[in-house]
Design a protein around this ligand. Sequence first.
Ligand SMILES: [Zn+2]
Ligand SMILES: [Zn+2]
Length: 548
Amino acid sequence: MSQKQKKLRIIPLGGLGEVGKNMMAYEYQNQYLIVDAGIMFPENDMLGIDYIIPDFEYLRDKSRQVVGIVVTHGHEDHIGAIHHVIDQIPAPIFATPLTLGLIEVKLARHGMANKADLRRVQAGETVQIGPFKVEFFHVCHSIPDGVGLGITTPAGLIIHTGDFKFDHTPVDGWPTDYAKLAELSSRGVDLLLADSTNAERQGWTPSERVIGPALDNVFKDAPGRVIVATFASLISRMQQVANTAVSHNRKMAFVGMSMVDNAKIARKLGYLIVPDETVVTIEQALNLPPKKVVLMCTGSQGEPSSIIGRLSTGSNRQFEVEPNDTIVLSSHPIPGNEESISRTINRLLRLGANFINDSIAPVHVSGHASQEEQKLLLNLVRPKHFMPVHGELRQLKRHAYLARQVGIEEENIVVVENGQVVELANGKVSLGERIPGGYVFVEGGSIGGVDTAIMREREQLSRSGIFLINLTVDKRNGKLVHGPEINSIGFLSPEDAEGLVPSTRKKIVEAVNRGGTDIEKQILSAVKSHLYNETRRRPMIFVTIARA
Ligand SMILES: [Zn+2]
Ligand SMILES: [Zn+2]
């Protein structure tokens, strides 16, 4: 085989240059291995969007060359798009038992339970997937059963960490597999791809152990119900809340479909240990004395459709916030969500609830390595090349800086964002071509209906409002017969309309009287410039002309 063919291509489809929708493809001799297929939650200006998935257009015509999809752990930013992906790319999915269980829940919810070829692997196992020898090793994170990957091809050995931290006392007692990292290192690692989430955070990420005592205090002091909000896939946190519930003799109810489903599968597989007598349904919980209850639900990011979001606006059907409730937000804001979280908190306080988050007590710790852990990983692995992944550009750059600090040469570090292909050949890393790596919006469960152009229109609508013009002209001579009627939404106050509507009507009549081939266009441009001159604003203008 020629040297030229011994080339591994690293194709970042999501998660580089952003937080969320992680997806990587590795290519060796026209065979592809996908690692993770996650979603990203929409930002505030992405109106109406349920979530965003990676653009994997690049792989669509190569679907039969995809030999496998490996999933590192069960968080939404790694599994959330899996049903969209296997719909187009029916490759076998390799994951550890809990991750696979959470994937099964997701597939069942989308009516795809029997459509996937699911292959169970355990941390510590090695699986040959096409030309890729994949060694799964355990990593600590905020969900049990997470793995990193050693991937060997004739082009070399790479390590893909997945989300990790170096917690010596994790909730499940299963620390990151340092021995495996050292063993991979001894073989010579050509390229390390590592989680950059906390590259701007100094020191060490605290152990999950610190949460136990903090929750203990919350439960001790709570005069009524305790309502804990977190991500439905933060199984480790569920475990900690369950432990605290048991020791304080409270019953625990999981609220909301994703919470209930995930807790069920995690309990069934033995990754969440809660005594049967502790778990009650929400209906049972609502009939117990408030001091005997803890509810576990979603909404830690202030999402309006989550349980906490609905509680804050009084629109939750099953139950409402009561003055003695203690609400614990057990997660850290995803960048961009701070505003909506803050609004939600204020609403809950207005309803009389007590409120605790990680700035009040350590009820949350990050699941990602901080700077000292990232440097430890780099020193442990001593890779020839380094590529930061899983983070915004600022975090990727910071991670690269840390790598230089521990002695990795600048020319051996490659910082790229989604869509920039990287190649490993002859023990050297270089940049390949650019491919699509943008957003695919999902709305109402379907993809492709909404693109960035529509998103821009929605944004404009929401920013500047609408101006509607209706008129009827004589179809023979083009003279004005009726109107123009003018309506606006989100653009003019009644006082402003008083002056502006008549002057705009005058402009429209002038445009109609000028005649010409394209009256719509003439009206549009006349109104546009008039409104801009008068208000310095640009609403979306719609002109409807009936011809009678
Ligand atoms: Zn994660
Ligand atoms: Zn992640």
